[in-house]
Design a protein around this ligand. Structure first.
Ligand code: HEC
Length: 474
């Protein structure tokens, strides 16, 4: 006796995977009693007409099947509830009204077995009660899986107000200029909706954390606050999204599509700017730390990087660069974007040269470092020149290990790696460079099949490998 008691308590506290596995059949199985019982109710009504009298002997089977499948649904539902992921209040009522459906249907079964000819009031009352309970239970079940407002989410506003819900939120206008991009509404909230709220919503409040509104986000989850305004290091949410993907705590969990590097950078900036609930990006980004990233993230710079206003570059830096052998040119009349070319210099590029270049990184959009004696270790700094649109690294001793450093150059449209040692490492790099249109790969270690693969995976990209168009070999 004691042993069974211990077993049951353990069983309740720590449901095994297998029980939860069974539990997950609940949403499937639950349609059986609904079907059978509704059919039984209809049949019961029908048989009050002489035409349907021949149905009478079957009534008890309908109710019997209904009761049996309701028992299965209750059992599986109970196992599913052990996973503990559901809103406790709704779960409580759903569970007990489910049990009530079972009890009612068993009662109906016994009554119909007796084959009473006369329709008695208690019998009809019971049948109505059963019908009502089925509807109520089903409704609560829907609330549990889809959230309480699911059914009215797209309802007309008058209907929503009758149910005590606020009017539908007008969809945000698409942002067309950075000045009207709201930090929370246009950046953080859409990110959460796309990647997090499938598990952190009212019905399915994983980790007791709701990510559907600003207030809830700031309230935190079962372990307290997840965003500490101004303190990225202390913010659990930030820790979770920056862990290695295979870590148990990594979010989003269960292999769901993770946040992109840009999204993580924007969240980091938002938290360190004090996690404001509203306000436009430029108000908080006075140092223009995130401007380029947000502009790119919102697609404001599509083919039109000149939309970004950059200040003129420091003349003294340009002078020093010219002294060191760089040719620097301004590219357009009405902005301060620059091109830098080191390919004609007699000497090899050195780290101090790159430090100087980094001082004009906001303005620098074309860079020619072909045949400049670049070493693998230089690539880390080149990878920080985030506004680059065109980069020529041909004729340098660089290979796969170094080029991963270029993955932050998300504005790149043209990359020349002609006559370098790169090969397979390109696969990972190219997928990150979403705007890349032209890639020069002749005289590298890239095989024909890799070039074909790259071309196939990236439709918008033109892979310049050999002069003839690459023909697919099956
Ligand atoms: C597939 C479901 C799923 C998705 C999607 C998901 N989470 Fe979670 N999250 C969970 C579960 C389950 C827990 C509770 C277990 C745990 O703490 O790891 C949790 C817990 C958390 C916690 C800890 C709460 C606390 O107080 O301990 C944070 C923070 C969090 N998630 C953030 C996020 C963010 C941000 C996203 C979107 C990038 C996200 N989650 C997407 C399932 C998910």
């Amino acid at each position: 006796m004691e042993l069974t008691l211990i077993l049951t308590t353990n069983f309740l506290e720590e449901p095994s995977d297998f029980m939860i596995f069974l539990g997950r059949f609940h949403p499937l199985v639950v349609h059986l009693p609904i079907g059978f019982l509704i059919m039984a109710v209809f049949a019961q009504f029908a048989t009050s007409q002489p035409k349907f009298h021949p149905l009478k002997p079957f009534l008890k089977y309908f109710w019997g099947l209904g009761a049996f499948s309701a028992a299965l649904a209750v059992l599986f539902g109970y196992l599913l509830s052990l996973s503990g992921d559901y809103d406790e209040d709704i779960l409580f009522w759903h569970k007990w009204s489910g049990v009530a459906v079972l009890a009612c249907s068993i009662a109906c079964y016994f009554i119909s077995k007796k084959q009473q000819e006369n329709s008695t009031i208690p019998k009809w009352a019971l049948i109505l009660l059963t019908t009502g309970t089925i509807i109520y239970t089903g409704h609560l079940g829907g609330n549990l899986t889809h959230g309480q407002t699911y059914i009215l989410e797209y309802a007309p506003n008058p209907l929503r107000s009758m149910a005590g819900l606020p009017s539908k939120i007008e969809p945000r206008q698409k942002v067309t200029v950075l000045d009207s991009a709201d930090v929370y509404l246009d950046l953080i909230s859409p990110m959460m909706n796309r990647k997090c709220t499938s598990c952190h919503n009212r019905g399915k409040k994983k980790g007791d954390l709701l990510l559907t509104t600003y207030a809830n986000l700031m309230k935190g989850g079962e372990n307290g606050e997840v965003v500490i305004a101004g303190d990225v290091e202390a913010s659990e949410l930030f820790r979770r999204i920056t862990l290695p993907g295979e870590h148990d705590d990594f979010m989003p969990s269960e292999g769901k599509r993770p946040l992109s590097d840009q999204e993580v950078a924007i969240i980091e900036w938002w938290i360190s700017s004090g996690a404001p609930p509203e306000g436009f990006v430029p108000e908080f980004d006075t140092e223009k730390k995130i401007t380029a990233t947000v502009t790119n993230y919102l697609g404001l710079d599509k083919n039109n990087f000149i939309n970004i206003d950059v200040p003129p570059a420091d003349e003294s830096v340009i002078d020093s660069l010219s002294d060191k052998g760089f040719i620097i040119n301004r590219l357009m009349k009405d902005n301060y974007f620059l091109e830098a070319n080191f390919s004609l210099s007699e000497r090899a590029l050195s780290t101090p040269d790159l430090d100087l270049l980094l001082q004009i990184k906001e303005q620098l959009i074309w860079l020619d470092l072909s045949n400049s004696g670049i070493q693998e270790e230089h690539l880390e700094k080149i990878g920080q020149l985030e506004n680059l649109i065109k980069l020529d690294l041909s004729g340098n001793e660089i290979s796969d290990s170094g080029i991963t450093n270029l993955s932050k150059l998300t504005n790149l449209e043209s990359l020349n790696l002609y006559n370098t040692q790169v090969s397979d490492g390109l696969l990972a790099l190219v997928t990150r460079l979403g705007k890349l249109k032209t890639l020069f790969l002749w005289k590298t270690k890239v095989s024909d099949s890799l070039a074909v693969h790259l071309q196939k995976e990236n439709k918008h990209l033109k892979v310049m490998h050999v002069r003839e168009p690459i023909i697919e070999v099956n």
